[in-house]
Design a protein around this ligand. Structure first.
Ligand code: FAD
Length: 317
């Protein structure tokens, strides 16, 4: 009873990035506890997913073959059943749309406390979890003496584990009757124009209110084209209807972790930063030298975007 059980996340046949990050979070916590990390893969191509997730730090993968996609009753039931068999100290689930759907049900079934949206975890005679509140303005440390416990893990906070190793895979039999389930996935509809997933982009050129008018977006489109970047934005651009919702970075948009994030005319409000602070290199262009975006930028250009962007286009063209 010092093990950790983590439940992988997948959608439409692909393991989601947060699963690779949860392997690190789970492995570190299991190390603190002196136990093993068990990874559960539920529904879909479980053998393929298990192969993708045979990573350093994982001691055993448990596959639950049932249905193709996420199902609330399946995930809640299978996670709770696996937990009862393994009797770990902790169960980690993703703080994703799926995770937020079934994690409270798991905690309720097991009658264990649930910490949501954790950005850091440690164990010191009890769980020590870090959470962010008020749009990431305040960081709180939560100490939990009760065990076992359940946690949902925020995406983009742990470095993904990529090193592949052989991990034993065990099939876990869970009797699931989909026809008796109260909720079922009927299909997928992408938010906004579903052509691009900015969460997958390696280079994002992101535009904010500094662009002033919709017509001026052409300039940023040109920069994105010559640099091979994908265009994203802050929320006011989406609220104005200039770009679709699937391009919005931030607390109420998408969380992104590109290699390069070029923020143009974006002030760096906490709600925006919450979605992009995991970028490897952050570059900011802003007329205001005191703009908060410069606090987190690796490189900053204090200048007018209408001067700087044409110069960059000329340079890269
Ligand atoms: P502004 O804050 O207006 O900044 C514009 C910047 O452009 C300024 O720094 C200015 O100096 C600079 N500028 C102006 N002209 C030029 C120029 N010619 N050249 C260069 N720089 C120039 N916001 C998000 O982005 N994503 C979210 O998901 C999100 N979720 C939210 C959720 C909640 C519950 C709330 C309350 C707010 C949320 N917001 C979100 C809004 C957020 O608080 C900010 O209002 C928003 O991020 C500001 O966008 P901005 O930086 O584009 O605009």
């Amino acid at each position: 009873m010092s093990d950790v059980l983590a439940v992988a996340d997948h959608r439409r046949g692909t393991v989601r990035d947060v699963s690779f990050e949860m392997v690190r979070a789970g492995h570190e916590l299991a190390d603190d506890l002196g136990g093993d990390l068990h990874l559960a893969v539920i529904a879909g191509d479980v053998e393929g997913f298990a192969a993708d997730l045979s990573l350093e730090g994982v001691d055993t993968i448990h596959t639950v073959e049932a249905g193709e996609e996420f199902n609330h009753d399946l995930y809640a039931g299978a996670t709770a059943a696996l937990f009862e068999q393994l009797a770990p100290t902790a169960v980690l689930m993703p703080n994703s749309v799926n995770g937020l759907d079934y994690a409270p049900a798991v905690a309720n079934r097991l009658d264990v406390p649930l910490v949501t949206d954790a950005v850091d975890l440690a164990y010191d005679d009890g769980l020590v979890a870090t959470r962010e509140m008020y749009g990431s303005k305040v960081e709180t440390t939560l100490e939990l003496s009760e065990e076992p416990f359940a946690v949902t893990v925020r995406a983009g906070e742990w470095e993904a584990v990529e090193d592949r190793v052989d991990v034993p895979v065990e099939a876990f039999e869970y009797d699931f009757d989909e026809s008796a389930s109260g909720a079922r996935v009927q299909g997928f509809q992408e938010v906004g124009a579903g052509d691009v997933d900015i969460a997958d982009a390696e280079f994002l050129v992101s535009i904010g209110r500094g662009i002033e008018e919709e017509e001026n977006l052409e300039l940023i489109e040109e920069l994105a084209e010559v640099t091979g970047a994908t265009m994203s934005s802050s929320r006011p651009i989406v609220d104005s209807g200039w770009l679709p919702k699937n391009r919005q970075v931030g607390q109420s948009g998408k969380q992104v972790t590109p290699d390069v994030y070029l923020a143009i005319g974006i002030s760096g409000a906490v709600q925006h930063v919450a979605g992009m602070k995991g970028a490897e290199t952050i570059i900011a262009i802003n007329t205001d030298p005191n703009a908060p975006i410069f606090d987190i930028a690796d490189y900053g250009i204090v200048g007018d975007l209408f001067d700087v962007v044409p110069a960059l286009i000329e340079q890269f063209d």
